[in-house]
Write a protein that binds this ligand. Structure first.
Ligand code: PLP
Length: 392
């Protein structure tokens, strides 16, 4: 029997290096709007809590201190109107590691199942978490309303599914997922549902929803301090929901020594207690998104305000379909998302992400993260105005 050797794909953002290098060689500055890393500071009370005494000497609990878990539970109740018991919530070291490792842990529990279902245009780690552990990742295309189209999944994939990921508001599209439909589909087929809600507070209060309002049976919600509190460097996240599943995961994670450092757990307590700073930050993102929409309009590119999150998901202008660079490569190694990305870096001094980072279905788009202050966005605008790049 031949066994396929695992081929590690390049890390998506590393593929942008050639664009930044070429700008550097030409002495041009590019403003980085490619990664969703917050640039605004966390609040003082969070920073000060990092100096909490007596939390360095001992090992911190892998599930999180009781104070931290309670602060997270209270945040869920205040902001999402859902209640969980202390035993139904545990911490993770930022949510990326949880997204990446969950399929493996669920497979240990249910070795007969080997498939992860995830949104076809989405955060790349949903698929990587399956691939790196030798599991299958099956993309689910969006339906007409932007939510996942469960009717498009093959029967065999449903039968083999361990886990269904949803992400709301979604990175990169800014869509709000139909959580009731996802919960029904997952329950009908006995699939664990995990809803990644790390942008959950960056939307209108009416759209602010947690999957836990649909129940907890075989369901988890995943939250992070990275975006809500401008604290990606702290690496604090939590998962909450089905008590039995939370218990299983927390026990494995304890064996593996996955734990948030003590001073950071103390800072996390302060961060989960804050709401005003989060709402203020959402206002800042909305202003930047509006600025970027107007700026793109000025060069003939249409972009619309996302329903949530801080990304613009923008279709590449039609003219790229006739671009000789695309035609030359038969559309195989280049796509319009990459060409648009290259042109924006070359003429507009901004680095964005080509849409294929988020799945082949996104190849005709780019993603722009509103993570730089207005002064930097003004710089991009003035470079664009000076350049000849226009799709009008
Ligand atoms: C959809 C989504 N989920 C999870 C993460 C991981 O965030 P963190 O590990 O900082 O909690 C990100 C980061 O960009 C994301 O966009």
């Amino acid at each position: 029997m031949t066994v396929d050797k695992f081929q590690l794909p390049p890390y998506p953002h590393d593929k942008l290096r050639r664009i930044t290098l070429s700008a550097k060689e030409q002495g041009r500055q590019v403003v980085d709007l490619s990664i969703g890393t917050p640039c605004d500071p966390p609040s003082d009370r969070v920073t000060k809590a990092l100096l909490t005494p007596n939390v360095i000497n001992g090992y911190p609990p892998s599930i999180g201190t009781s104070d931290l878990r309670n602060a997270a539970r209270q945040m869920l109740e205040r902001r999402f109107s859902v209640r969980v018991e202390e035993s139904e919530l545990a911490m993770c070291v930022g949510t990326k590691e949880f997204v990446a490792s969950l399929p493996h842990f669920l497979h240990l529990k249910s070795p007969g199942k080997d498939t992860v279902l995830y949104p076809a245009v989405s955060y790349p780690t949903y698929a990587m978490g399956a691939h790196t552990f030798g599991l299958r990742a099956v993309p689910v295309p969006p339906g007409v309303n932007g939510s996942m189209d469960f009717s498009a999944i093959d029967k065999e994939d449903i039968d083999r599914a361990l886990l269904l990921w949803v992400n709301t508001p979604a990175n990169p599209t800014g869509e709000i997922e139909d959580l009731v439909a996802a919960a029904k589909f997952a329950a009908d087929y006995g699939i664990t549902l995990c809803s990644d809600e790390c942008y959950g507070e960056f939307t209108s209060p009416l759209e602010r929803k947690s999957v836990l309002s649909c129940g907890k049976d075989n369901i988890l919600a995943l939250h992070s301090l990275s975006k809500r509190s401008n604290a990606a460097g702290l690496r604090v996240g939590f998962y909450a929901g089905d008590g039995e599943l939370v218990h299983f995961l927390q026990e494995i994670r304890k064996h593996l020594g996955l734990m948030i450092p003590g001073p950071i757990q103390a800072a996390g307590v302060e961060a989960f207690a804050e709401d005003e700073a989060v709402d203020r930050q959402w206002g800042i993102y909305k202003d930047r998104l509006s600025y970027l929409i107007d700026m793109l309009d000025g060069i003939g590119v249409k972009a619309t305000m996302p329903k949530g999150g801080f990304y613009l998901w923008v279709k590449s202008p039609e003219s790229y379909q006739k671009d000789p660079r695309l035609i030359k490569n038969g559309g195989k190694t280049e796509n319009s998302g990459w060409l648009f990305t290259e042109d924006l870096a070359k003429h507009g001094a901004m680095l964005v992400s080509p849409g294929d980072f988020y799945g082949q279905l996104g190849a005709d788009h780019i993603r722009i993260a509103a993570v730089q202050p207005l002064e930097k966005l003004e710089l991009i605008k003035s470079e664009l105005e000076k350049s000849k790049l226009s799709f009008l």
